[in-house]
Design a protein around this ligand. Structure first.
Ligand code: ITT
Length: 205
């Protein structure tokens, strides 16, 4: 960190994701910075295969693919739900647990079943987000954020996306899916990672 971090000087940025929930949240986070953000999907860029073994490796794969294809800096988000009693699963497989096409009702039921199979009474879990900012010349920077909470079944709420209906963040009674986008943004893993990115790479407002 510090002076070795490369600043984002261009006001154009590719948001290297095909996930509509992430696009909405990242657009809200970059909005105050007058950055013209375009999603990888809008540019017709391919969704690369996530062959990494960590959130950071997969974020790097997506960011470099989009930066290389567009010639612009690209910000990718690799994220997921890590359940303590399941040794961090689904983790980097969070999207894949929802199958193809994605069904997060089924994915959340799978989490509940896995906890039952493990005989778990510890329902603690966290959301993790690793952002990778990559430039077309291959330079990269990483920023990580987490939010800890407890899983709650059945799923509640219709805001947000993915596993939001089953995670109650510490200090709250509601799931993320019962919160407004502003409430989620005040404490989410993505907002915390973005905060580090903003501090390191963006000019102060
Ligand atoms: P891209 O790779 O195109 O960005 P993706 O959905 O495949 O989209 P990931 O591989 O990072 O993204 O999978 C992360 C999954 O973890 C995502 O599909 C959600 O189900 C879940 N997830 C991530 N952030 C979340 C959040 O803020 N709330 C709820 N679930 C989240």
């Amino acid at each position: 960190m510090g002076e070795n971090v490369r600043k984002l000087l261009s006001n154009r940025l590719i948001i290297a994701t095909h996930n509509d929930g992430k696009i909405k949240e990242i657009n809200e986070l970059v909005r105050p910075y007058r950055i013209a953000a375009t999603s990888a999907g809008e540019l017709g860029l391919d969704d690369p295969e996530e062959t990494g073994k960590t959130f950071a490796e997969n974020a790097a794969i997506k960011a470099h693919a989009a930066a290389g294809a567009s010639g612009l800096p690209a910000l990718a988000d690799d994220s997921g739900l890590a359940v303590a009693a399941l040794d961090g699963a689904p983790g980097i497989y969070s999207a894949r647990w929802a199958g193809d096409p994605r069904d997060f009702g089924a994915a959340m039921a799978k989490v509940k079943q896995a906890l039952q199979n493990a005989g778990a009474d510890d329902f603690s879990a966290k959301f993790v987000c690793v952002l990778c900012l990559a430039w077309p010349d291959g330079h990269e920077e990483f920023f990580t954020g987490e939010v800890h909470g407890t899983l709650s079944f059945p799923p509640r709420g219709d805001q947000g996306f993915g596993y939001d209906p089953i995670l109650v963040p510490d200090g709250f009674e509601e799931t993320f899916a019962e919160m407004t986008s502003a409430e989620k943004r005040a404490l989410s893993h993505r907002a915390r990672a973005f905060d580090k990115f903003r501090t390191a790479c963006l000019p102060p407002l």
